[in-house]
Write a protein that binds this ligand. Structure first.
Ligand SMILES: NC(=O)c1ccc[n+]([C@@H]2O[C@H](COP(=O)([O-])OP(=O)(O)OC[C@H]3O[C@@H](n4cnc5c(N)ncnc54)[C@H](OP(=O)(O)O)[C@@H]3O)[C@@H](O)[C@H]2O)c1
Length: 180
């Protein structure tokens, strides 16, 4: 069975980014080497990536992408109603309910995990479709008061593992079910 995982950093008050999509609060944090799920180990199990449009735009603007390229080597599904000009190789532009794309996403993942990079409403749509198994959060020692929420909806989670990496509190959860 393909495992869908939402792996992300978040503020203590539950935001992925501020209202202007800034990650300054995250990039200014010192990081350590003690993660219970280091990025390299996580990405080694990833066969396909899912991203929403704001997250895609942020990555393209900040992660040193060469114009027309995409930073990840894994096949990527970009959820948007506005296909970007010059879609980079490796990206499939999709829209609508995640379940409509399940067969294609899982075929692309080739038996490995699917990383839902963000954002929170898209991750919640996956969860409601039964397409989110795990949430791994690195909780930064910062609050923002407002911003882009971690998960757009009500869900029951089961805490599976915790850790500490520098100032980050890490927590791995199983997604149990949506709350009505
Ligand atoms: N802290 C972290 O580690 C971390 C991780 C991930 C993301 N982030 C940041 O968090 C922010 C998340 O932004 P966001 O909350 O706006 O979420 P997002 O999912 O990145 O972008 C939302 C947009 O994606 C499109 N979209 C989402 N679901 C769709 C669907 N089912 N069908 C078609 N289009 C769909 C829509 O755009 P259109 O209708 O305009 O096309 C929607 O407005 C970004 O700034 C990102 O950089 C931070």
């Amino acid at each position: 069975m393909t495992r869908y995982r939402f792996f992300t950093a978040v503020t203590l008050d539950g935001f992925l980014a501020d209202e202007h999509d800034s990650l300054d609060w995250l990039l200014s944090q010192p990081t350590g080497e003690e993660s219970v799920l280091p990025y390299d180990a996580f990405i080694a199990d990833v066969g396909a990536i899912v991203t929403g449009r704001s997250t895609y735009d942020w990555v393209q603007a900040h992660e040193g992408a060469v114009e027309g390229a995409w930073v990840y080597t894994e096949p990527t599904f970009l959820f948007t109603h506005r296909a970007p000009a010059g879609v980079p190789e490796g990206i499939t532009v999709v829209s609508g309910p995640p379940a409509e794309h399940r067969v294609a996403i899982e075929a692309a993942a080739g038996g490995k995990d699917v990383w839902i990079v963000g954002g929170g409403d898209l991750a919640a749509a996956f969860a409601r479709a039964g397409m989110l198994h795990e949430l791994f959060v690195s909780i930064a020692p910062v609050t923002l008061g407002a911003g882009k929420p971690l998960l757009g909806g009500r869900f029951d989670l089961e805490l599976l593992e915790t850790g500490r990496n520098a100032g980050f509190l890490e927590a791995r959860y199983r997604v149990v079910e949506a709350r009505s």
